[in-house]
Design a protein around this ligand. Structure first.
Ligand SMILES: *C1O[C@H](CO)[C@@H](O)[C@H](O)[C@H]1NC(C)=O
Ligand SMILES: *[C@@H]1O[C@H](CO)[C@@H](O)[C@H](O)[C@H]1NC(C)=O
Length: 484
């Protein structure tokens, strides 16, 4: 209201001023004429804006005087020529010679034609050269895989669409073929040795004394010879010595051989190998790690979040006095029927001036209780206590239709309050108090109102400071603090 008023008044004053400046016709259609006249007079008539941002004219004015590129000589023919010569130079004679080594004359002619087709001046004026670090490299380098551009190469061909499982005969044949692999050539004793591949003068000497080149050569020749011999078909199957497959061969046959007639490829099985027991990157992410500081009190991890939020240890949390004050059965009427759930109110306090309440609802009463208890512990706030036994003065609070009055009482008075407030006082560590419900006795609202009253006690020291006085408890001064 206060913000709008000056604006409205100024709006009117503007209209009135302009209307006064126009003669009798102003009376006929004052609004239109006033608007027209106002527009004409607007520079002389200052007025407030309805909004807080700057006026459009004010915003549009540039902060610096604009300097034209022509005045700076940037678009002169000479400058453009200079820039294009520097940025897009023609090929030099040496470069052309180097290119001629790479390309055929026809390709070179095409290159030249392409070069001639583009005017460097156009490139300078219209083109835009990227100089940012994210520009694509001009030359493709296939030596490195670029994860953004390159796809993973496919090493295996797609499965054969006509593949089917082998029948018994085919399988037997396959098995026999595999077993045949392990039949070595005849044992004739005629195989050459490594020493047969070195010059005569070295044959007697041990291998360590051969010159390096000769030794390497001999090894190469020997490897070639062995391969050749191994690939020879057995000349006489009857005398073939059979050296059986190793365990690794058998495993390979079972696990990697396809059981389908798809041209004895390695298996294309859909069964991936099982995951290891603990994947290194995610250990502890999905399960609350058990903290040794908890002394084994919280193996289910229910107090872990509370521990983080409040900074208390699990033992301290478990030492907090908690009590369920109100339990209500509520139901939600839906299309499919009533859904009954439980709503609980818990109170928590450390017995030394801290108190909190928590309300939770769940279809499961246990879950509601647990959650309300945790919330109550989380919500604990300090309560002001006079001499650590009663409250400061008399306080009153109202929630809904419930009004609660709390009265401070002398030492030894005790707690003459209803059972719910009694629990709250016990949790907060208040020993002398009386209370009165004036109106509704709704359990939930009385508890809430009591909590409000306890947290909103007046602070005498604050009031004294506000009045410019200093507050001294004379009893404490006279009796040296031994007042209770
Ligand atoms: C199976 O593999 C062997 C050796 O790898 C090859 O000689 C044979 O031709 C293959 N069979 C088929 C049906 O592709
Ligand atoms: C009651 O049930 C409806 C439908 O499931 C849901 O949208 C609504 O939030 C529920 N009301 C309460 C208070 O839980």
């Amino acid at each position: 209201m206060s913000a709008a008023r000056p604006a409205v008044r100024n709006l009117f004053s503007r209209h009135l001023a302009s209307a006064a400046s126009t003669p009798a016709t102003a009376a006929v259609r004052p609004a239109v004429i006033a608007a027209a006249a106002g527009a004409a007079q607007s520079p002389s008539c200052r007025h407030h804006q309805f909004h807080s941002s700057a006026q459009l004219e004010a915003r549009r004015r540039p902060r610096f005087k604009s300097v034209r590129a022509e005045e700076m000589g940037l678009v002169s023919e000479k400058k453009v020529q200079e820039y294009s010569d520097k940025t897009f130079p023609r090929y030099t004679q040496e470069e052309m010679e180097a290119l001629a080594e790479q390309y055929s004359p026809a390709q070179l002619a095409a290159l030249e034609a392409g070069e001639a087709a583009i005017d460097p001046r156009d490139l300078t004026i219209q083109g835009r050269l990227r100089v940012d670090p994210y520009r694509m490299p001009y030359i493709d380098d296939f030596a490195e895989i670029q994860p953004i551009i390159d796809r993973r190469p496919r090493k295996q061909p797609p499965p054969d669409p006509n593949a089917r499982f082998m029948n018994l005969d085919e399988f037997t044949e396959d098995l026999i073929k595999w077993a045949d692999k392990f039949q070595t050539g005849p044992v004739t004793g005629t195989l050459k040795k490594l020493t047969d591949f070195v010059p005569k003068e070295y044959r007697k000497k041990p291998e360590g004394q051969w010159p390096g080149a000769i030794r390497d050569r001999a090894h190469e020749d020997f490897a070639l010879y062995i391969q050749e011999e191994a690939s020879k078909p057995p000349t006489d199957p009857d005398v073939a010595a059979v050296s059986g497959p190793t365990d690794a061969d058998v495993l390979e046959y079972i696990l990697e051989r396809s059981s389908m007639t798809d041209g004895n490829r390695t298996s294309n099985s859909a069964l991936a190998p099982a995951l290891p027991a603990k994947v290194p990157g995610v250990t502890g992410l999905y399960k609350n790690a058990i903290d040794p500081a908890d002394e084994g009190l919280d193996d289910t991890g229910i107090y872990q979040e509370l521990k983080k939020r409040t900074g208390m240890t699990v033992r301290e949390i478990m030492g907090i006095r908690c009590a369920e004050l109100v339990q209500r059965f509520v139901s939600n009427q839906t299309r499919l029927g009533k859904i009954r759930s439980t709503s609980s109110l818990w109170v928590a306090g450390n017995g030394h001036g801290w108190l909190g309440i928590g309300i939770a609802k769940s279809v499961e009463p246990m879950a509601a209780n647990q959650r309300a208890k945790m919330l109550a512990i989380r919500n604990m706030r300090p309560i002001r206590r006079y001499e650590e036994r009663t409250i400061y003065g008399n306080v009153e609070a109202k929630v809904g239709g419930s009004v609660v009055r709390l009265f401070s009482r002398p030492p030894g008075f005790g707690l003459r309050v209803s059972h719910r407030i009694f629990e709250m006082c016990r949790a907060a560590g208040i020993k002398d108090l009386s209370a009165k419900f004036i109106r509704s006795r709704n359990p939930l609202n009385t508890v809430k109102a009591t909590y409000d009253a306890l947290t909103s006690q007046p602070d005498p020291e604050e009031i004294a400071i506000g009045r410019g006085k200093k507050l001294v408890d004379v009893r404490k001064v006279y009796y040296g603090g031994a007042v209770h």
